[in-house]
Design a protein around this ligand. Structure first.
Ligand SMILES: [Zn+2]
Length: 364
């Protein structure tokens, strides 16, 4: 039989990306789990026919399975929230999706000079202090943050969207070869997306160790940092929100583009409302639907960096299908990681991506 060279690590990654166990892949491909396991461990060569069968079953181009070796992201390096609540399969799928995002980023980095990482490392510091420090280092003063994703990107954090197959996983972050990554869940409200971005920045700043602490304490620190970063104490105090009513909270939340609940929590943290007042506000907001959703909320933020990169490539005549080809993935797969910024062309070839701002500062 005709043997074909392939890359075991890629076969494993593709299977995890599809959220499949070996048993599931056996059902889809008709190849026994034992043989599949031998393939993944490099104990057995594939026939050309088996390679094609697997590519089809995994909905990946054959080229993906035969390209260079690929290293997985170690679980310990990732800031999964409540990792114990996730199944191993959910974690693997999210890690595999993040690995795809790294591929997209590395491809961009080979062609563009992207912002260098500029995230301070402040392990063990008080979260409120650390948030003020980051604001000072990034020259933000106490002004509201216009766009959290753009801010992260300007400081060298690569921000990608979490593919829809793994939305039960919250946002997460990690360092990969010195580059900080944040992967955002796009199913949440715009306000919560911003808070998630600030929360993941907290992990990068406060927990830059190789092994991220996953406990309740680390999560509380990240929440406190995010709260202080988005709503600086001085600015909130200046708004005179003492004993604020629901109406005042709803009016004021748009200043910092945060959820009504996040602002209420911050007011309590800064002792601007009493314990009783805090509970009353939370109950009322909850009744109005503000616990899970953000009625009348803002639009979700997206990547400025990738909008510019794709526009620059388009100007050079490089289509996103060509980029996907170079990465040995489908255009559809790529689009899931890049906030849907490279939609597969509509009939008639219409482009629907946002226009580029004239200041192409991020890309050269
Ligand atoms: Zn966290």
């Amino acid at each position: 039989m005709n043997k074909h060279s392939f890359t075991p690590s890629r076969l494993k990654l593709a299977r995890k990306r599809r959220g499949m166990t070996l048993v599931k892949l056996e059902q889809v491909s008709g190849i026994s789990t034992r043989t599949l396991s031998d393939y993944e461990n490099g104990r057995e060569q594939l026939t050309t026919a088996a390679l094609e069968t697997l590519a089809r079953a995994l909905e990946m181009p054959v080229a993906f399975l035969t390209a260079e070796e690929i290293e997985e992201i170690p679980l310990e390096a990732v800031s999964f929230r409540a990792p114990s609540k996730l199944t191993a399969g959910q974690r693997d799928t999210a890690l595999a999706a993040a690995r795809m995002a790294i591929m997209v980023n590395e491809w961009m980095e080979e062609r563009f000079r992207l912002p260098a990482p500029d995230v301070p490392s402040l392990p063990g510091r008080d979260p409120e202090w650390a948030a003020e420090r980051v604001r000072a280092l990034w020259n933000l003063g106490v002004a509201p943050i216009g766009n959290m994703v753009h801010l992260l990107e300007m400081h060298g954090v690569r921000v990608f969207s979490l593919a829809e197959e793994c939305l039960e996983v919250d946002a997460f972050s990690f360092y990969w070869k010195g580059t900080p990554y944040v992967i955002l869940n796009t199913r949440k409200s715009g306000e919560r997306g911003r808070f998630d971005g600030a929360h993941e920045l907290a992990h990068l700043v406060l927990h830059p160790q190789h092994e991220i602490p996953h406990g309740r304490e680390a999560e509380q620190q990240a929440q406190q940092f995010a709260s202080a970063l988005l709503m600086p104490a001085t600015a909130v105090l200046a708004k005179r929100l003492n004993n604020a009513t629901v109406d005042r909270v709803l009016a004021a939340k748009s200043v910092w583009k945060v959820s009504a609940m996040a602002l209420t929590y911050r007011l309590h943290e800064l002792n601007l409302v009493t314990e009783w007042g805090y509970r009353a506000l939370s109950t009322n907001l909850s009744r109005m639907g503000y616990r899970r959703e953000e009625p009348g909320g803002i639009k979700r933020e997206s990547s400025q960096l990738m909008t510019k990169v794709f526009a620059a490539l388009r100007a050079e005549g490089v289509s996103h299908t060509q980029i996907a080809d170079a990465l040995h993935i489908t255009a559809e797969e790529m689009n899931k990681h890049v906030f849907g910024l490279t939609p597969t062309p509509l009939r008639g070839g219409a482009q629907t991506t946002a226009p580029v701002s004239p200041s192409l500062r991020l890309v050269r």
